[in-house]
Ligand binder design. Sequence first.
Ligand code: BGC
Length: 751
Amino acid sequence: MILMKRKYFHFRAVYMIALSVALTLIVNAQVWKPDANIERRVDSLLALMTLEEKIGQLNQMDARWDPEQRRNVITPEQGELLKKGLIGSYLNIIGAEVTKDFQRVAVEESRLGIPLIFGYDVIHGYRTIFPIPLGTASSWNPIAIESAARIAATEATTAGLHWTFAPMVDIARDPRWGRVAEGAGEDVYLGSEIAKAAVRGFQGKIFSDLTTIAACAKHYAAYGGALAGRDYNIVDISERTLRETYLPPFKAAVDAGVMTLMSAFNEISGVPATANNFIMTDVLRNEWGFNGFVVSDHSAVMELLHHGVATDTAEAAVKALSAGVDMEMVTGFYLKKIAGAVKSGKIQVSVIDESVRRVLRVKFALGLFENPYRNCDPSRESKEILTQKSRAFARELAGQSIVLLKNEGNILPLKKDMKTLAVIGPLADNTMDPLGSWSAQGRAEDVVSVLQGFKSGVSSSTKILYSKGCEIATSDTSSFAEAERIASQSDAVVLVVGENRDMSGEAASRSMIDLPGVQHDLIKRIHATGKPVVLVLMNGRPLTIPWEAEHVPAILETWYLGVEAGNAIADVLFGTVNPSGKLPVTFPRNVGQVPLYYDFKNTGRPPSQEKYTSKYLDVPNTPQFAFGHGLSYTKFEYSKLTLNKKTMKRNEPLIVTAQVKNVGTRAGTEVVQLYIRDLVGSVTRPMKQLKRFARIDLKSGESKTVEFTLLPEDLMMYDIDMKRIVEPGKFKVFVGTSSVDVIETEFEVGR
Ligand code: BGC
């Protein structure tokens, strides 16, 4: 056992970012299927359980927080429930000691001793906070994202946890929706690759390993389609859009072995996700073969009443459970109502048995029956959290998550030995906001602010002058004058502006997505000093910044980078790290263009000089910054786009190669992107769809040939009869540095 442990500690120590050209070589895990032994154990346990005990396994609760003891405590009422085996899981209880107390009652004082499973939102780190998911998605580096999830899992498991409510794999195409921050952006393929990576990272290689936590792909499904970007709003989409855009990352997570899913709050075209038999049972279980369990989102079963699809709590509980929502988060409707519903014939015991089976399977697989206190060892808590190694990795990943949006006149990188540098803005000396939303046990005191990062990033002779300039979201301009004064005394100005961290995430939609407060006015005033200005943006969604995009020479999108934010920003600004991030989401010019995404369709009247074409009178159709865009301090040139054949059969692979040359003067990393377009189909097809990408390192002057293999499934689509097939006909293939800057060729698929 000790040897085994050691081996996996070694495994965890390998946090290096590997070249993601190796991406295509990753062996995908399988849909998770417990072995026959687990199935046997589940069946024999199920045979011993009373109806009440079964329902107990489907009940997840919050525990009471005692502010004096500063920990969760077992109330007498919950103590009784635990002893009767009526609680199957808790959320938000953290700590080796405290989880042990709860677990002890469940295991040692209940009739069957079934262990609890403890869940928590470990979204982008537990204590070592990494960039927000939209940030790490900008690295286009699934291997690094997997490593970050591994570290998060290791840390979380020191605190008694078995299960994280992550990754969020919702495709988000409306930047007004605050939860765009929590996912991988707008693209189906990138989102699916990242979903798989996160699942692999959280769940590790062996489920019973001490550092494994069960992952949870959420929010199933189409939550990101909220009308008008307003959180929790209705979603009205066709089955085609559901299957083509919103479901693939969930399918990818299932194919990577994810053990749980979370049902979404929203309705999908009239049927709330939490009562949606089609997505929960027909698709998830019957089509995809998912064997794990689905937990409802927080109070989502109760919300079926608000949706107006259930007249009372019993009907809500029956609808959710019958649809395939196995565990209910927080409101206790299953516990209170399902037994009665069985008696009155509204639900069959076999439905409950199936849900209990799914929950028990996960508990067995995690080794909880062998070792219910597996994550309750306080000695690990102090040793394995926020280590130097994790911080170093967080810095590296944060550096890769930064997107250089603009660099006119190559004013970046800044010289480390300039005489005076002004650092201005409400996010410059800020250690709270870089944590982003859902920062688990992340602490402001762990965060390196931009100002701190700069102080250690520049030479000792450089004088740094700092002014806050203004608050993030007030109308107070009283500090403008001081900011102007220090700007005029400096050789260059770095302006650190954006949103505060509560402006994105859950329940944080905005109807206007410009820079809040008077930050835009501050930028204009500083720009007017004539000094070279670099804009560092910190925000959880694409912003509309048309004036800045036109007038400010250099702009960096940094999202919220986590504990190493300041160091990573300094690394990029002063050229220690050459930026390589690419946007995983489109930046619109104004909110009126929303939703705006790269894989749009042509329409019958594509935009042209003609009046009666699909466009606006007051803004072009093009984005401010396109999906896949991101500059480097060097330049890459694309050529020699070659296919191994020009015509192919439907079931054949296609090999695409292109040459990429670093024609600049410094080494850099490029994310090479491959898109396709199916020119004519039985139904309309997007103008471009991302199908492959690879991060490659190139020294100055170096060329590499990048090879991608497209498989038949990459060309598949839902045809007019909703069958997933490859249709014969012509395709375009594009390879390039962003979704708009590409070289292209064609091939044809025969009958
Ligand atoms: C969120 C979920 C989260 C859950 C538990 C809900 O409000 O929508 O994403 O996992 O709370 O904290």
